[in-house]
Design a protein around this ligand. Sequence first.
Ligand code: SF4
Length: 268
Amino acid sequence: MKSRKRIFIGLISFSLLLLFGILAFSWHLFFKSTDTYQQIVVIAIIAIFCSILLIMGFGIGGLVFALVKERNMPPILQNIMLLAVNTLFPVALYIGRILGIDKHIIKSSFIEVNNQLVKCNRLTISPEKIMILAPHCLQKSDCPHKITIESANCIRCGQCPVDDLHGIAQKYGVKLVIASGGTLARKFIEQARPKAVIAIACERDLTSGIKDSKPLPVLGILNIRPEGPCFNTLVSLKAVEEAIEFFLHKGANNVVSFPLTQNQKPLN
Ligand code: SF4
């Protein structure tokens, strides 16, 4: 498992241990100071929380196994893994902040874990069921064409990556949509009902989008921000093509290299 993925796995594991610690401390605190009837209530409550934490521990174990062995997991275990990730992620972010770990690094680690898990599924999806979901900030800031409702409004002048994405979408026969935010992105997904999404965005939007879209397989690709966030951003076209080819199952044996870090240059 690569070190970047270990950050997320390490933090959610630590979060789980912390919650177990809080539970043990609560037991110690409340059990002694209550009468017999209240003790039964405390035991019942702690037993319920303990069971939930054990299930999440099982989910983390499944996550590590899937990542190390690069194996797909049964649906029930995938749901437990999802429960563990969704529940422990906010705690992991909080612990990361205390430890001085940049939240972008933690989110980027989560995106890599997600991508690896998606790659564990041996998916073969027809091109018309694959959607490229790109952010509005890829569009050149002074472009007058409104492309968020209809991406085809782009006249393909070649001045921003939207032109290249149109070229890729045409080449593979996949759908391209440009969203100005999470609400519009969700609307596009509800309308088109794709079977797989290649999402391009920053760490924050990718993290929330991936979590909101489950169980839909989403491969996340970080955008590149040479002029700062949300302004004239770029994307690695190579990473987009690799993601499409993975879903088409043409590139199942390829090493898929997304998401890119901020230091990597886009390949135009
Ligand atoms: S490629 Fe399309 S979106 Fe980009 S600047 Fe030209 S017309 Fe606007």
